[in-house]
Ligand binder design. Structure first.
Ligand SMILES: [Zn+2]
Length: 391
């Protein structure tokens, strides 16, 4: 079972190169302090208008291994009925997410996606309507998937969650080299592999992942409090991954305090609970991410500098299997390459019609990097090949 292998490797890795991790952390800390000091120095001398300039903002959000089946069909009755997945409480699932029609089930599980994104944005990947999105990498698990999203290059050599720091540059780091975005990029992730996936030692922007705390970037009572809560929190996934609630509130605090122009938030519970075979927790985790999307969008649309000038990309790193194989994924699991994505923001008409995409088409995860940076007006350039923009 590839996923079990992946987990063991991840946990093992956390233990082995302590001195390397420490060195990287110290380097990041120094870099972070340097960039904070620099931004603070700039802020003193120029107006807010110049700090949050007119270039479009971007927030990328992923929820790990969340299936297209639930996005487009809501709760799966067949899975909800099985005791091994409902853990003896099918009533809970039926009451919260059960409804006769697809449209009702969509809105019970993901109200923001279906009430807001599906009307004001674009939603891709409904294979019931032949609108297909796949990962292009051959592995169908997390590190290769996130690499594909952020580098646009699904190189098969990235073949393990244990893979060392990513040799390929990503579009977050690229944007951080552009005048309008310099020093205004940050990433927050529940999973502790992100310092390698985004290679924060060389990418030049802060990556707060796993049990790292926003208090390394911000010195204020809220950050300190969040840091203490994180440290003492329940750790069902041990030290590999924190609960999403901590990643979310640390990211939101950073967003409100530092007003970054490019931000990434990575949630992980959907994948973790699926591997645990817990369908209630899996759906609840997705439902909570949807509620946070609503909070993020409300903040964006009510804040000067972000309002009507912010793109949001929502997607996932890989799919999962069909039927009772919903718990797992990997190259030997049929359907685990099938994903979805959603876009919100100004100027989407350039890409195609708004709403749920029903055109027969085949898109790939590797196209997201070029697509989103083209929308920002700063097409991603790198030393490696990049998947084509979808428009
Ligand atoms: Zn997984």
């Amino acid at each position: 079972m590839p996923i079990l292998r992946v987990y063991i490797i991840s946990m093992h890795l956390k233990k082995t190169p302590t001195h390397i991790v420490s060195a990287i952390l110290v380097a990041c800390f120094v870099l972070a302090i340097f960039s904070i000091t620099k931004v603070q120095a700039q802020t003193k001398n120029i107006s807010i208008k110049q700090v949050t300039n007119d270039a479009p903002n971007l927030i990328v959000i992923t929820t790990d291994g969340f299936r297209w089946q639930e996005v487009f069909n809501g709760m799966d009755f067949d899975l909800a009925n099985q005791k091994v997945f409902n853990h003896g409480d099918s009533l809970y699932l039926y009451k919260k997410y059960g409804a006769a029609t697809v449209s009702e089930r969509q809105k019970l599980l993901l109200p923001f996606i279906w009430n807001t994104v599906a009307t004001q944005g674009q939603l891709y990947g409904n294979r019931f309507k032949e609108n297909k999105v796949n990962v292009a990498n051959p592995h169908w698990f997390s590190y290769p998937g996130y690499n594909e999203i952020f580098t646009g290059y699904p190189d098969s050599i990235i073949n393990s969650n244990d893979y060392p720091p990513n040799p390929y540059s990503n579009f977050l780091g690229f944007l951080n080299t552009q005048k309008e975005y310099k020093g205004k990029v940050a990433a927050f992730a529940a999973w502790d592999a992100y310092d390698r996936i985004l290679n924060d030692a060389v990418s030049g922007f802060p990556v707060i992942n796993g049990f790292e705390s926003v208090s390394s970037l911000l010195k204020d009572p809220i950050s300190e409090n969040l840091s203490n809560l994180l440290k003492d929190s329940y750790q069902p996934f041990k030290k590999v991954e924190c609960l999403d609630v901590f990643t979310h509130y640390q990211a939101m605090h950073y967003l409100k305090t530092k007003q970054p122009k490019v931000m990434y938030i990575s949630y992980g519970e959907t994948d973790e609970w699926a591997h645990h075979g817990n369908y209630s927790n899996y759906l609840d985790a997705a439902h909570q991410v949807d509620a946070w999307l609503n909070d993020i969008w409300n903040y964006v649309q009510n804040t000067k500098g972000y309002k009507n000038n912010t793109y949001i990309l929502i997607t996932t790193d890989h799919g999962r299997g069909f039927g009772s194989e919903w718990t797992t994924h990997g190259a030997d699991v049929k359907g685990a390459a099938n994903i979805w994505f959603a876009l919100l923001g100004p100027g989407l008409q350039k890409i195609g019609p708004l709403g749920e995409q029903t055109k027969t088409q085949q898109l790939y995860q590797k196209q997201l990097a070029a697509t989103i940076t083209k929308l920002l007006g700063h097409p991603f350039k790198a030393e490696h090949p990049i998947g084509e923009a979808i428009y």
